[in-house]
Design a protein around this ligand. Structure first.
Ligand code: NAD
Length: 731
């Protein structure tokens, strides 16, 4: 079975159809690329063929390159993986350039066969780079289709000519949001921007493309014509110069210098713009290889693409029959409950949303209305869709409405007593077979399960706030949680198109367990007299989305105080964070509760806009004359998190390092360039990581003690992925 087939019709148009039978969306592999190359050769050589249309047998065109292919090519490269990647990339360029030149005379540009791309729907990555090499791109008028080059989001950039062609076609300025932010557009918008050429009704797609091919069109690309000038100006043109100065500053501002792909992309664009097209492709291939060889890119591809997808597809799902949710009950229509109701209804699930009063329940439903209205204002949601989604949410105080629910998610107050009562009241209606999930963020699942008549069917499904934006869902197994409950939670998360990790029950589960030490380390440094600006900037320069002080302002200082008190009560004398509490409790005493009180570690104006770090902090915690170097501050902030992740693995809270890495990036934004805590430790190498732990322990305390697992790995020369790669689950 081949992914491409070619059929020449009576008019002499060879229609090459891409249809990967084993997948719902086409992806390009090494084998299919070679096959496409053969079909192009055959069509160009066949005198009966007047032109070619490349299309897809599915309702989308293609999702992109199979990123596993790139990893495989690098691994097969032996001693010289860069050469192997470069050769593969250049072979791709050669084929796409063959399509673009289509048999024309090299010098005169005479002859050649017109080649059109006909896109029935979504075209991403190489699924757009291939059409960009064709002479005209037709797309079906399918508003759901997404067209673009999202490579940057997984740590690489478009390396099959997409970078060079798009910039030559649109100009650097216009192409930059598409390339640097991976922005996707529907076909009409893509046409308005000049990415594609025609949008036609879906049932006329093929005929329109064929008619164009047969109309003897001009097919020489502008950059193959004499005197070609780049739209918007090349770098040495005054306008072009401004673009590159601005883009360079923007890339550094957004990436803080830690993401290699954006900088390499910009270099490929800049250097490529100064030379002829074929040389520009070679430059693109060199930078692409450079990025693929960077450990950050491989780690990002592994976590954000390969492993994320594996988890979404149920890598850790028990083998029980389909547990898709048909009717969901949500208890508590506050911030979290309202968000959970929205994402479920939006995914087509019937929802009963219950709160203590009708007014509170309605308010919860109104949250969905507000999100949908915003979508309408942005033209992303139709009024019909809004009516459908809202129609699926019943807001009520009546527990009887829960009859027929196959999953309950409880999001009432964080109080054992309140939760126990709700559990009993719900089960009186639903019976013990309905799966009951709690969204608690701090209470042990095994304890809460005691209120249930059937703890096997009791589980934690922990969402992050805001629910509609945060893609991670942490599924927590209590001691008695059974396989059906785990499968139900995973199938539900799949229905709402989020990414799950499955962890075992322990204080703060996984994500909060790691993020709290990060915040605490930041606050601890304030107490030591480290400049708050150094703490915050060190965090951002190492790729954390928010500095620890900003983060605690966002989540609120009183929540920090509450968690500290509860942890201290549970740990007694072993409690290690007295120095942190001193600062935190003092802030709370000053009434500085964070963003919500418009005062915290940062100062805010009356509207709540963050102004800058609060200067009053220095009076209480004067800044030391000698400030630590940047790396020390960064290592304190990162090791505080990653050592907790390793301990979670040692304790069996995490059972799969893939979940540890994916969960860290999606759950709390752990430096995505690193691929996650375990990938970062692998980059450092266990021996160096242990060395750093020893130095940090000596300087700052026992919390940096290297976990036994890490020490053992250092001795054996292991890495996390080396050790657990074949059976990540065996971690
Ligand atoms: P919230 O105070 O905004 O909402 C709680 C809602 O539950 C309120 O509307 C309240 O009226 C309702 N409620 C209380 N008792 C009830 C009862 N007996 N029957 C029906 N409804 C009742 O709180 P929240 O921030 O949405 O948090 C809810 C749960 O989610 C908590 O367990 C919390 O730990 C957890 N959680 C919160 C976050 C977060 O960022 N806020 C994140 C993850 C998990």
């Amino acid at each position: 079975m081949t992914d491409f087939t070619s059929v020449t019709d009576a008019d002499g148009v060879a229609v090459i159809t891409w249809d990967v039978k084993t997948k719902s969306m086409n992806v390009m592999s090494r084998e299919s690329m070679a096959h496409l190359n053969d079909l192009i050769d055959a069509a160009l050589a066949d005198p009966a063929v007047k032109g070619i249309v490349i299309t897809s047998g599915k309702d989308s065109f293609a999702g992109g390159m199979d990123l596993n292919t790139l990893a495989k090519i690098r691994d097969e490269g032996g001693d010289d993986p860069a050469q192997s990647l470069f050769d593969f990339t250049m072979a791709g360029h050669k084929m796409l350039r063959k399509i673009e030149r289509a048999g024309m005379e090299p010098k005169t540009n005479k002859g050649g066969k017109p080649i059109a791309a006909a896109l029935p729907g979504t075209a991403l990555g190489i699924g757009l780079e291939l059409p960009l090499a064709c002479h005209r791109i037709f797309a079906a008028d399918n508003p759901k289709a997404r067209i673009g080059l999202p490579e940057i989001l997984v740590g690489i950039f478009p390396g099959a000519g997409g970078t060079t062609r798009l910039v030559r076609k649109m100009g650097a300025m216009a192409a930059s949001p598409l390339l640097l932010e991976g922005k996707l557009n529907d076909p009409k918008k893509a046409k308005a921007l000049g990415v594609i050429d025609e949008v036609v009704p879906a049932d006329e797609l093929l005929s329109a493309a064929k008619a164009w091919v047969l109309s003897s069109p001009a097919i020489v690309k502008p950059w193959d014509e004499k005197g070609y000038k780049m739209p918007g100006g090349a770098p040495y043109h005054p306008a072009g110069f401004m673009t590159f100065v601005g883009a360079s500053a923007m890339v550094n501002g957004q990436t803080q210098g830690v993401y290699p792909a954006a900088k390499a992309l910009l270099s490929a664009v800049y250097e490529g713009a100064l030379v002829p097209f074929d040389t520009a492709l070679k430059i693109e291939a060199r930078w692409f290889t450079h990025v693929l060889m960077n450990p950050s890119s491989s780690a990002m591809i592994r976590s954000l693409f390969i492993n994320k997808e594996a988890l979404e597809k149920g890598a850790n799902r028990p083998a029980v029959p389909d547990q898709k949710v048909t009717k969901l009950g949500v208890l508590g229509a506050g911030m979290m409950g309202a968000g959970i109701a929205y994402v479920a209804a939006n995914a087509g699930i019937e929802v009963v949303l219950i709160d203590a009063t009708q007014e509170a329940a309605e308010r919860g439903r109104a949250h969905s209305e507000a999100i949908l209205d915003k979508g309408i204002a942005r033209k992303k949601v139709t009024p019909e869709k809004k009516a459908q989604v809202l129609g699926r949410i019943t807001a009520t105080t009546d527990y009887a409405a829960l009859q027929g629910c196959d999953l309950i998610v409880e999001a009432v107050f964080e109080d054992v007593g309140v939760k126990a009562e709700v559990t009993k009241n719900v089960q009186a209606v639903t019976g013990p077979d309905c799966i009951f999930a709690t969204n608690t963020s701090t209470l042990p699942i095994t304890e809460l399960a005691k209120a249930s008549t059937n703890p096997t069917n009791f589980i934690g499904i922990h969402f992050f706030s805001p629910v509609d934006k945060m893609n991670l869902v942490e599924i927590i197994k209590g001691e008695k949680t059974g396989e059906v409950a785990v499968a139900k939670a995973l199938d539900f998360v799949r229905q709402i198109r989020k990414t799950p990790i499955v962890v075992n029950d322990a204080r703060f589960f996984y994500a909060n367990r790691c993020i709290i030490p990060y915040i605490n380390e930041g606050i601890r440094m304030v107490a030591e007299g480290v400049a708050p600006a150094l703490i915050e900037n060190a965090a951002k320069l190492v790729g954390m989305p928010l500095g620890p002080l900003q983060l605690v302002d966002e989540t609120s200082i009183d929540l920090g105080v509450k968690i500290a008190k509860a942890t201290k009560a549970a740990m007694g004398d072993a409690y290690p964070d007295g120095a942190v509490d001193e600062v935190l409790f003092w802030m709370a005493d000053q009434g500085r509760m964070g963003r919500k009180s418009k005062s915290g570690f940062y100062a805010y104006d009356e509207k709540g806009t963050r102004l800058g770090l609060w200067e009053g902090l220095a009076a209480k915690y004067p800044q030391a004359k000698d400030q630590p170097d940047l790396t020390t501050v960064q290592h304190r902030l990162l090791f505080a998190q990653v050592l907790e992740a390793v301990r979670a693995l040692e304790d069996g809270v995490l059972t799969d390092i893939r979940e540890g890495d994916v969960g860290a990036i999606l759950g709390w934004g752990f430096a995505p360039w690193s691929g996650g805590p375990f990938s970062w430790l692998d980059m450092l190498g266990a021996p160096y990581a242990v060395e750093r732990c020893d130095a940090l322990t000596e300087a700052f305390g026992a919390r940096f003690t290297a976990p036994a697992l890490l020490r053992e790995m250092a001795e054996n020369g292991d890495g996390f992925y080396g050790r657990f790669a074949a059976t990540p689950k065996a971690a």
